[in-house]
Design a protein around this ligand. Structure first.
Ligand SMILES: O=C(O)[C@@H](CO)OP(=O)(O)O
Length: 204
């Protein structure tokens, strides 16, 4: 038996547009982000998907994206599980700062290390490794068993919480996952085997 896991990053947020470090701060989607979420819903509808359960983070931009996808698909009665284990990585003291201003203050290289190293956290925040250490146990306990049992599950989350999941599902190294940019509002479909391992990755 195979199950289906669909991962989607939220649409463009107000702080993506302003080029601010976001993390656990809580901006909503922009008009463009709303359009991206609706387009994701249309793409999933065109493929005939329906969901046994859906998951999202405790943050507005991901929750709103999920709501818009379900609305576009005409799905009203599905369970929505919201949990902060799926939140974006906490950017600590960088949260709310402009990414270009941060580069001017700390230098290009240091900011790149904070943004795209595996285990160097930004001051007061989480590295990707820290993020994976809270996101993966949640995935293993709450999401993977459902997919392994043959369900179809949609997860609307964030660039770095999804990186943690993709790394585990695709068996990527830290170097490989850090090169993977997860675009806003573009669903990826994974067919998983009954032991949770990857059968096929389909980009919509
Ligand atoms: O600001 C953030 O929270 C994230 C995602 O937008 O940024 P980055 O691309 O640096 O991981």
């Amino acid at each position: 038996m195979t199950g289906t896991l669909i991962l989607v990053r939220h649409g463009e947020s107000e702080w993506n547009l302003k080029n601010l470090f976001t993390g656990w701060r809580n901006p909503d989607l922009t008009e463009k982000g709303i359009g991206e979420a609706r387009a994701a819903g249309q793409a999933l509808k065109a493929k005939g998907f329906s969901f046994d359960t859906t998951f999202t983070s405790a943050l507005k931009r991901a929750q709103h994206t999920l709501d818009l996808i379900l609305e576009e698909m005409g799905i009203e009665n599905v369970t929505i599980v919201r949990n902060q284990a799926l939140n974006e990585r906490d950017y600590g003291d960088l949260s709310g700062l402009n990414k270009d201003d941060a580069r001017k203050k700390w230098g290009e290289e240091q900011v790149l290390i904070w943004r795209r190293s595996y285990d160097v956290p930004p001051p007061g925040g989480e590295s990707l490794k820290d993020t994976a250490e809270r996101t993966l146990p949640y995935y293993k306990a709450q999401i993977e068993p459902r997919v392994a049992a043959g369900e179809t599950i949609l997860v609307a989350a964030h660039g770095n919480s999804l990186r943690a999941l993709v790394m585990a599902i695709e068996g990527l190294t830290p170097e490989e996952i850090l090169k993977r940019e997860i675009a806003t509002g573009e669903p990826t479909v994974y067919e998983l085997k009954s032991d949770g391992s990857l059968k096929e990755r389909i980009k919509l």
